[in-house]
Write a protein that binds this ligand. Structure first.
Ligand code: RET
Length: 241
């Protein structure tokens, strides 16, 4: 047996808070996944898929964080590609959660399609702005398009179809949807802040947020939005309708 890989373990320097948040993020996502997966069996049939999807979201993130943690430690760079692969998988699954909680009162596949399409536009334009134009001023244009798609999602969940369906689905679903709507409005707004922090010219050339680390901001956002979001679904599954 060749144990040389053990010697390759790179310690995290005490002041390397970027690497540390990748590490703790990985652990938190794993722990949350174990929790959600084990709780599926003790969930009523009606909510089982929703809790399972909560676990899938944190599990997909855990695998990506495991990789991103390694990548960042080895290169000292942002794992932008895998960050966006993670989001491309997990954000549509969050859209699925909105569909699942409103399906019983008539949510259609077309609603799910709208949510997923908007999230894909939001993420692909964000990726172009970050990976291709991250070092020049054009990235704000891509950020703006991404932001429009983001506000469309916010609209659907706060005032549009999702909100209306949730209202007709009874107080428990409506309450859960309101909490999730706050996650989308406030929790998801953390990401554009990370984007601005990671863009060389800042916002429209203003050097705002430039002292902050994009990855730390994204990692905090992910922990809140993936684990917190999943817990709202979990608590809905435990509330009597
Ligand atoms: C689990 C991961 C989640 C919930 C990721 C969400 C990501 C966003 C809401 C990203 C939004 C962006 C903008 C609204 C503009 C700038 C570019 C993005 C992609 C960072």
């Amino acid at each position: 047996m060749n144990y040389s890989f053990l010697l390759e373990i790179k310690p995290i320097a005490a002041d390397n808070y970027v690497a540390f948040t990748f590490f703790i993020g990985c652990m938190a996502m794993l722990a949350a996944s174990v929790f959600f997966f084990f709780e599926v069996g003790a969930t009523s049939k009606e909510w089982r898929t929703s809790v399972l999807v909560s676990g899938l979201i944190t599990f997909i993130a855990a695998v990506h964080y495991y990789y991103m943690r390694d990548y960042n430690l080895a290169t000292n760079e942002s794992p932008t590609f895998f960050r966006y692969v993670d989001w491309l998988l997990t954000v549509p699954l969050m859209c699925v959660e909105f569909y699942l909680i409103t399906k019983k009162v008539g949510a259609k596949i077309s609603l799910l399609t709208k949510l997923i399409a908007a999230s894909l536009i939001m993420l692909v334009t964000g990726y172009i702005g970050e990976a291709i134009h991250g070092k020049d001023m054009q990235s704000w244009i891509w950020g703006l398009i991404s932001g429009l798609a983001y506000f469309y999602i916010v609209y659907l969940i706060w005032f549009g179809e999702v909100a209306k369906l949730a209202q007709s689905a009874g107080p428990a679903v409506n309450r859960a949807n309101k909490t999730l709507a706050w996650f989308v409005l406030v929790g998801w707004a953390i990401y554009p802040l990370g984007y601005i922090a990671g863009t060389e010219g800042g916002l429209f050339g203003m050097k705002i947020l430039s002292g902050l680390s994009m990855d730390v901001i994204y990692n905090i956002g992910d922990a809140i939005n993936k684990i917190g979001f999943g817990l709202v679904i979990y608590s809905l599954s435990r509330s009597a309708n």
